[in-house]
Design a protein around this ligand. Structure first.
Ligand code: BGC
Length: 736
């Protein structure tokens, strides 16, 4: 019974002509008690029973490393069953068959789209019947003439599938089928246009006010054969014209051919990253109420909230949330708009702590980490992106990109260890560690045999402090020694692996010893005369964050000095920024951390807010005050990495921190740090023990009143004014 007994079927419709529609008609002779459909596809599907859409999963079955893991979904369709039934499923290219990455490759996991389904009918008399995909199904070209995730969709509403032909059985292993693991991608919000703009170039542009990932639903009235055509963009250029250069080769174009009459359309197998649309063709008059931007995202529960007295900081926080939504579309991606949108491990690693505060990301990351484990090379290296499309292994040999033996960068590959550990801390669930333990070990073991000596990671390619401000002109890798960063990450990953092993009750002596030696070697190689050999902000951040130096106070003071000398401005990139604020607070430099947060001059978080950002940018000056842009090719306006600052907002401004010995907030450390430049902070976090609240407010007399809620089932340590207090569930108020 079930999907395992069905066959994958593919369509006789040639690939590249139209997205196929599959169909099966059947009658149920007896009264149906329950009807359950199991369904999956190579590609992305939309299913309907008797003309009614099944489920709400957008771009189902989501994105996994399909040759190893293919999710199927289960829908209760009892309500939709009639006596005579038609089950229809359209399948678009999606991630599995469509184009991915910037190098023109497609068909990463399959050369054709295919479908697999089984519908179990349970009759009231106790008997069962099963409708499965097999050679009796029919297929015809559908109205979707073209659809690619990056490039958009062409839809001809005049087409009704009619030329039905028998399907082919498609050879694909059923062993890889797994029940849905992640969250479903759903439509989660709708936005109405805020402005109709006529640009200097004469373009008709609609502004939705926020940079999002999703698509536009529109109502159009045209004669049969007339077309509506929309382009999508994140920003306008310095003259106020529609700007698409940063999308690189991604076309993000929707073309709809009218059937005549009033029609409503939204794309089926694609999504766009955008704030603006340009109407390249539009039949009749433009009415703003005919356009709705639909936000899509993995359907995660929001758990964290933050606000403070500074409206610009609040805008920054909202931008972090928006960038998480825009990039948590089944896989944690770098960006949702250009010809990339990939599961970059480094980005996920630096952002995961923030992600766990904002949303319940357990299912989301569990699924992705399973893909990471599945795509990890046999020798332990972790691909740059998961699902792996930038390199090959045995099962993806046809992607044409050769494994050059180097696809493994520090700070990126370490996601294999850091992500499960952060999930364990935030949710207290050991299974994250147990499930990933072998993958963590393989990562550490690979590094161990790859360096010049066992205790250094100083060979191979590394992204280093990617996109750092202190990069040489035209460079993308910052000046901090990549060997220093890599060895620091090697030590960090090993230390977390040791902790994970201990939680699971394993004997970790060997790796404890290894850790000590890596730390010693780090000091030997990278500490000279009480300073780090790279005297950069990022070098101090990693050394301090990962506890690698003795007498850390002097190193922290050097970091503080570097920041002060630079006018309280950061110089960091992806690696340094992630832990910069937390390191400053760890060593008592909260005032400098606040200064960095409140800094409005370039480079800073609020610089982007002042520039009108509604999401986190890839680069500190993605858009400059004079309207110019730092780059055309590496310039995403929806890139969450630098949003890692929100973890500091929750943990230092709000003071809510998980505790390693009682993770998942069974015990919580409440340690807010107030600053005279902020009048109040309110934070809350929903945990499995209830809602933790922490807030503070500056009174007229200059004193600060702190309020905490410790939920039932949790206990807390409250740290204020240098004093510590143990707290049971309840409400607490202090003024000092
Ligand atoms: C991505 C990043 C990623 C980086 C690797 C870029 O193209 O957008 O976010 O981490 O490459 O350095």
């Amino acid at each position: 019974m079930g999907i395992q007994t069905a066959e994958f079927i593919s369509s006789p419709v040639p690939l590249g002509t139209a997205a196929p529609v599959f169909q099966k008609t059947f009658s149920s002779s007896k009264k149906v008690k329950r009807a359950v459909l199991e369904l999956s596809a190579l590609g992305v599907y939309e299913a309907a029973l008797n003309g009614r859409r099944i489920g709400q999963f957008v771009l189902a079955p989501g994105w996994t490393s399909y040759r190893k893991r293919l999710q199927y979904q289960t829908y209760d369709v009892t309500e939709l069953i009639r006596q005579d039934n038609t089950l229809t499923v359209g399948v678009g290219n999606g991630w599995c068959v469509g184009r991915l990455a910037w190098n023109g490759h497609s068909h990463f996991w399959s050369d054709e789209t295919a479908l697999i389904a089984s519908l179990t009918l349970e009759y009231t008399d106790g008997s069962h019947e099963e409708i499965r995909t097999d050679s009796s199904w029919l297929s015809a070209p559908g109205a979707v003439l073209f659809s690619e995730l990056y490039d958009g969709e062409t839809y001809d509403a005049r087409i009704q599938p009619s030329d039905w032909k028998p399907v082919k059985i498609f050879p694909f292993s059923k062993d890889v089928l797994i029940p849905q693991e992640g969250e479903e991608i759903r439509e989660i919000e709708e936005l109405k246009p805020v402005e109709l703009i006529h640009t200097p170039k004469g373009e008709t542009v609609i502004d939705f006010g926020e940079n999002i990932a999703g698509y536009v639903r529109f109502k159009v009235k045209g004669n049969a054969g007339e077309a509506a055509e929309l382009s999508h963009a994140e920003v306008l250029d310095k003259n106020g014209n529609f700007y698409t250069e940063n999308l690189r080769s991604a076309k993000q174009k929707i073309r709809y051919i009218c059937a005549g009459g009033e029609e409503i359309y939204q794309p089926h197998y694609t999504f766009q990253g955008f704030r603006y649309i340009r109407l390249d063709q539009w039949p009749g008059e433009v009415n703003l109420e005919d356009f709705t931007a639909v936000v899509i995202c993995s359907d995660m529960k929001r758990t964290g909230f933050f606000e403070c007295s500074n409206e610009k900081v609040n805008q920054l926080y909202r931008n972090v949330i928006r960038s998480q939504k825009g990039n948590f579309i089944d896989v944690p991606t770098d960006c949702p708009q250009r010809d990339e949108r990939l599961g970059w491990t480094g980005d996920a690693q630096v952002f995961i702590q923030t992600a766990t505060y904002n949303y319940d990301v357990r299912r989301f990351f569990r699924k992705w980490l399973h893909d990471l484990k599945a795509d990890q090379f046999a020798d332990g290296r972790v691909p740059y992106v998961i699902p792996a499309v930038l390199e090959t292994d045995d099962s993806a040999a046809d992607s044409g990109i050769k494994d050059d033996g180097e696809k493994n960068s520090s700070g990126w590959a370490d996601a294999a260890v850091i992500c499960p550990w952060q999930l364990y801390l935030a949710y207290g669930d050991k299974s994250f560690l147990a499930e990933q333990f072998e993958s963590m070990k393989a990562h550490v073991d690979w590094i161990r045999q790859s360096g010049d000596n066992e205790f250094l990671w100083n060979t191979g390619f590394h992204f280093g402090d990617w996109l750092a401000i202190d990069c040489e002109e035209g460079e993308r890798v910052g000046p901090t020694d990549v060997g220093l960063i890599a060895t620091a990450y090697y030590a960090y990953s090993t230390s977390l692996f040791v902790k994970a092993g201990k939680v699971l009750g394993s004997d970790m002596t060997e790796y404890e010893e290894l850790y000590k030696k890596i730390r010693r070697e780090f000091n030997h190689q990278y500490v000279k005369g009480g300073k780090l050999t790279s005297d950069t902000q990022t070098a101090y951040v990693v050394a301090l964050s990962f506890d690698l130096v003795d007498g850390p106070e002097a190193f922290a003071e050097r970091l503080a000095q570097l920041l002060r000398e630079n006018g309280n401005k950061l110089k960091t990139g992806f690696i340094g920024t992630a832990y910069l604020m937390t390191v400053l607070s760890k060593y008592g430099y909260d005032d400098i951390a606040y200064s960095l947060l409140l800094q409005e001059e370039f480079p800073s978080w609020l610089f982007s807010v002042n520039q009108g950002a509604t999401t986190i940018w890839e680069h500190w000056d993605s858009l400059r005050p004079d309207g110019s842009m730092w780059s055309t090719s590496m310039n995403s306006f929806n890139h969450y990495s630098y949003g890692a600052v929100a973890a500091w907002m929750y943990s230092v401004m709000g003071g809510i921190n998980p505790v390693e010995s009682a993770p998942g907030y069974r015990h919580v450390l409440l340690r807010p740090v107030a600053d005279p430049r902020i009048q109040f902070v309110n934070t809350s976090l929903e945990t499995r023990y209830g809602i933790i609240k922490s807030s503070w407010k500056r009174n007229a007399d200059g004193k600060v009143t702190y309020r905490f809620t410790v939920p039932e089932g949790s206990t807390a340590t409250i740290v204020l004014g240098g004093k510590e207090e143990e707290a049971d569930p309840g409400e607490y108020v202090y003024t000092l």
